[in-house]
Design a protein. Structure first.
Ligand code: FES
Length: 187
């Protein structure tokens, strides 16, 4: 699992409302063996990440030490305690992409977004992550923004790519993908 978008219904809810919903979820799992990971996955889908308040609630409800809950979260890379942005930007650092400029693309994104890998921009628009291969090696270097693949990416074109996603804010067509599922940047 990669960084996972917050569920649509939860995007409008306050943290208080989400914690109340988490209580309802926990009530269903309290007697279920091996419930910790499924509950963490549900909580992450609700909040978009795993805040400490949610982890402490889970710890108490499932009668597990907080250190154990935090340890599981830290062990699995698909869990995060950092709030995520609306859009996830992933840079492929697989061999093909790396040798064809992936490192420079990542460096340019870090400069553009002013964040490091694993971080989210202060306006919660973008999170930055890396991947090992997106299955498009012949079109390297490749990045993904949400579910969109951008191929043969050039660092100088990254600003335009990001702008496509920013421009969907408040747009009635915001539910449409701002890019084709596979987009070439070499034209
Ligand atoms: S190495 Fe980047 S898509 Fe395969």
């Amino acid at each position: 699992m990669t960084l996972e978008a917050k569920c649509l219904e939860c995007q409008e809810a306050t943290e208080e409302e989400l914690l109340a919903r988490l209580d309802e979820v926990l009530a269903q799992y309290v007697e279920v063996p091996g419930a910790l990971i499924p509950v963490l996955q549900i909580a992450q889908a609700m909040f978009g990440y795993l805040p400490e308040t949610a982890l402490r609630k889970i710890s108490v409800a499932l009668s597990k030490p907080y250190s154990e809950v935090a340890g599981v979260v830290g062990f699995y890379s698909f869990f995060t305690t950092v709030p995520r942005g609306k859009h996830l930007v992933r840079v492929c650092l697989g061999t093909a992409c790396y040798v064809r400029g992936g490192k420079q693309v990542l460096s340019a994104l870090r400069d553009l977004l002013r964040i490091e890998v694993g971080e989210t921009t202060p306006d919660r628009q973008f999170s930055l992550d890396v991947g090992r291969c997106f299955g498009a090696c012949g079109l390297a270097p490749v990045i993904m923004v949400d579910d969109d693949v951008h191929q043969r990416v050039k660092p100088t074109r990254l600003g335009r790519i990001l702008d496509k996603y920013r421009q969907t804010e408040g747009d009635a067509s915001a539910n449409d993908s701002p890019a084709d599922s596979i987009t070439g940047e070499d034209s």
